[in-house]
Design a binder for this molecule. Structure first.
Ligand code: AMP
Ligand code: ZN
Length: 499
């Protein structure tokens, strides 16, 4: 790679939508050529659903584009393995402890199982690993140090062996609510009186350290007794440790903006006096049936259920690359709804794109060029420079596909230099930036498999109609042995492929 391509960021002016200012801003990292990016990772108490994957995929694409522009990126994405309570605030059981209690295993077994699952799924989706993947439990000492700092500065109070952040006191000197656009006064007037047993001064206050009741298994010693850190604190501790008190990008899903990210800003300002992050980026939600995909409501689908077709929502299996392409067809700040029709359309688009790329090498070279490749290439960059606009990028890539097909049909021609530039641009955007792969486990092969299984289902139905149950059972059982399950229901027989 030559120097010019290595430092593309000098000529490609990237703009990002900063949730803190609610505007698109020119992206100028704190240290030229270097980017520090922190993204809130998963709480590893169950399998990641496709909604979680969408947020992480948005940031994988952002990581990829920043690297493509030539930035040296330190990307930190944590694993939340303690401190995340059931109601996302300060009440309820720790999500991981609860799972451990229900399954009668150690909390760290829960953490291990779902961290492994998370990594497996991300690998199938062709994610790049982050530079550092720290855990909350690995940073208890750092979290305790920040609490001491905040207590020293007078923005927290200790009560009954727990420590809470004093939001009202903080708001006298700083501004609580600036990320989410909420005013503390409105929040206070809109909340119910604190329950008598509540030990906080204000319901907006949040836990920095919680006393561990005797039954609480995940506990650590601290100056305030045995307890565990509040959820928001881990991200402040890990981002500061690995990226410094000031870093470039902090990301996460929109639903984390308040209170999680608001509290992170407050903790950092209270402990070191200044705002920690230059650009706050928030990815929007994946919905199913128009409602947010979520673990808690059961309105979700697991990636594995999509890859195998083992679900009641989709008509067939879809490969990780098709799902990735489907996600990339929406802007990361727009809501995206998952449906069978949308995935089928994405699969067609994906195949068209891959076919064109496969044809690139064999294109005949002409004497002149009928297609302005340089201009088109810049349009691809312009799309990505406009807050990572992948749907516009993909529209441009299809403009490229149109020309590839015309050249193949002999209706247009391209010079050698232009052909090489077209090829290099297509390949780098499709594979390096969007992170797609050519392998498509449920593409043509899966169509053929579907055809064969449908034929067998048809033969089985005929056998059943003729009361030839030995043949019909044989078909069902032998398919099951091959990992293909037949399901009889009112509408007929469907099948799914298990791993
Ligand atoms: P959690 O494991 O609950 O801490 O969530 C991990 C990440 O997934 C967070 O950044 C959430 O914002 C994100 N997330 C949760 N649900 C969805 C969804 N339906 N669509 C997109 N992102 C989501
Ligand atoms: Zn976080």
């Amino acid at each position: 790679m030559c120097i010019a391509t290595m430092q593309l960021y000098k000529t490609q002016r990237l703009k990002v939508y900063n949730s803190l200012s609610s505007t698109k801003e020119l992206f100028e990292p704190i240290n030229e050529g270097h980017v520090g990016m922190y993204v809130c990772g998963p709480t590893v108490y169950s399998n990641v659903h496709l909604g979680n994957c969408r947020t992480f995929m948005s940031f994988d694409m952002i990581f990829r584009y920043l690297r493509h522009l030539g930035y040296k990126v330190r990307y930190v994405r944590n694993i939340t393995d303690a401190g995340h309570l059931e109601d996302d605030a300060d009440e309820g059981e720790d999500k991981i402890s609860k799972k451990a209690r229900l399954e009668q295993i150690e909390p760290m077994e829960v953490v291990q199982r779902y961290t492994v699952d998370f990594h497996n799924i991300l690998q199938k989706f062709n994610f790049l690993p982050p530079s550092i993947e720290p855990t909350a439990t690995g940073h208890i000492i750092e979290q305790i140090e920040i609490i001491k700092e905040i207590l020293d500065k007078g923005y927290a109070y200790e009560i009954n062996d727990s420590v809470y952040f004093d939001v009202k006191k903080f708001n006298e000197d700083y501004e609580y609510g600036k990320l989410s656009g909420r005013k503390l006064e409105d929040m206070i007037s809109n909340t119910r009186e604190l329950a008598a047993q509540d030990e906080k001064k204000n319901s907006q206050d949040f836990a920095l350290w919680k006393k561990a009741e005797p039954q609480h298994i995940m506990r650590w010693p601290s100056p305030w007794g045995d307890g565990f850190p509040g959820w928001h604190l881990e991200c402040t501790a890990m981002s500061t440790k690995y990226l410094g008190e000031n870093f470039d990008i902090h990301g996460g899903g929109m639903d984390l903006k308040f209170p999680h990210h608001e509290c992170e800003i407050a903790q950092a300002e209270a402990s070191n006096g200044h705002s920690p992050v230059k650009y706050w980026l928030h990815a929007n939600m994946l919905t199913l049936n128009g409602k947010k995909m979520a673990k808690s409501t059961g309105n979700n689908i697991l990636p594995e259920e999509i890859f195998t077709g083992n679900n009641n929502i989709l008509s067939k299996a879809f490969s990780p690359s098709v799902v990735r392409f489907f996600m990339m067809q929406a802007h990361y700040t727009s809501i995206l709804d998952l449906s069978n029709e949308a995935l089928l359309a994405s699969e067609k688009g994906y195949q068209r794109l891959m076919e064109a790329i496969a044809n690139l090498d064999g294109l005949k070279i002409g004497t002149t060029s009928d297609f302005n490749v340089k201009e088109w290439r810049q349009k691809c960059y312009d799309a990505m420079n406009d807050d990572f606009n992948t749907p516009i990028l993909i529209a441009n890539l299809f403009e490229g596909v149109k020309h590839i097909n015309l050249i193949k049909e002999g209706k247009e021609q391209l010079s050698e230099d232009d052909k090489n530039l077209l090829s290099e641009t297509m390949n780098s955007f499709v594979f390096d930036v969007l992170g797609l792969e050519t392998k498509n486990d449920s593409g043509k092969d899966s169509e053929k498999l579907s055809g064969v299984v449908e034929l067998l289902i048809h033969l089985r139905n005929e056998a059943r109609a003729n009361k030839d149950f030995s043949t019909s059972d044989k078909i069902r059982d032998q398919l099951a042995e091959l990992g293909i399950q037949l399901k009889d229901n009112k509408e007929g027989t469907t099948f799914s492929v298990t791993q």
